[in-house]
Design a protein around this ligand. Structure first.
Ligand code: ATP
Length: 238
């Protein structure tokens, strides 16, 4: 059963029309990836789900409740947590404090210590300030801050952006463990290889519109789509 449903959604920034009749759904315990080039509308789609940009047309429902006009706090309170592209950790708090603050603001948090089991790298950095972490460590902390809040649906916006390949490899291992925990995830990615490795189902969007949806194994066979909309070859995505 779909827990999140977006139907025929249109979003504007001022007069600029950015999402056109966009539809997608995410089922419980599924990992779904939203793929598309720079500027395709991936971030805007996630923002419309969490309520930070209003939709002008269309329906967005979460577990059967209409959330299209709901406030950001209410949507967060329903268990939808976004890890934004810019990570937004607290630079002057330690790793441990960052996790504690996130846990304290959640209704039903997980124990902070569990985050150190998922991210052993963070365990060694408990007393380090957020601003002193590398990009990969910040990304782990940012995901840890969302996970400690025990999300019902985790939205990840380009988690590998700007990270060195060796760090992406590390993240891939950690994310695999996370998705095996039965968390429901909708992620956006430009790193097709990373995305196809984690997700079960994919949507491809171009200029704010759906151009394809299907299973990841099907997408791997679609060299034409990967080249046309994502500028990668099948060989690169293997
Ligand atoms: N705050 C804003 N005001 C006006 N236009 C915006 C704003 N944010 C994004 N846009 C425009 O909306 C379109 C979709 O942007 P969006 O960030 O959703 O794409 P994306 O697929 O996430 O790409 P990226 O990988 O660059 O983040 C782009 O044309 C972008 O320039």
């Amino acid at each position: 059963m779909a827990i999140l449903e977006m139907e025929n959604v249109d979003v504007y920034y001022g007069n600029s029309h950015v999402l056109f009749d966009l539809s997608l759904d995410v089922e419980e315990n599924e990992v779904v990836v939203l793929l598309g080039r720079n500027g395709a509308g991936k971030t805007t789609t996630l923002r419309s789900i969490v309520g930070s940009v209003p939709r002008r047309e269309g329906r967005i429902t979460y577990r059967g409740t209409d959330i299209a006009d709901a406030a950001v706090d209410r949507i967060s309170g329903m268990g939808i947590k976004l890890v934004p592209e810019d990570r937004r950790i607290f630079p002057t708090l330690t790793v441990h404090e960052n996790l504690q603050v996130a846990a304290e603001t959640a209704g039903d948090p997980r124990p902070v210590e569990e985050m150190y089991e998922i991210f052993p790298t963070l365990d060694d950095l408990r007393d380090s300030l957020g601003r002193d972490l590398s990009g990969g460590e910040q990304q782990m902390l940012s995901v840890g801050r969302a996970l400690v809040q025990n999300p019902d649906l985790l939205l990840l916006d380009e988690p590998t952006e700007g990270l060195a390949p060796v760090i992406v490899e590390d993240l891939r291992r950690v994310f695999r463990e996370i998705v095996e925990e039965d968390v429901t995830v909708l992620l956006t990615e430009q790193n097709v290889q990373f995305a196809l490795d984690l997700a079960e189902r994919a949507y491809v969007i171009e200029k704010g519109s759906n151009v394809w949806e299907g299973s990841v194994p099907e997408l791997r066979e679609r060299d034409d789509l990967l080249e046309e909309y994502l500028s990668v070859s099948v060989a690169e995505s293997d």
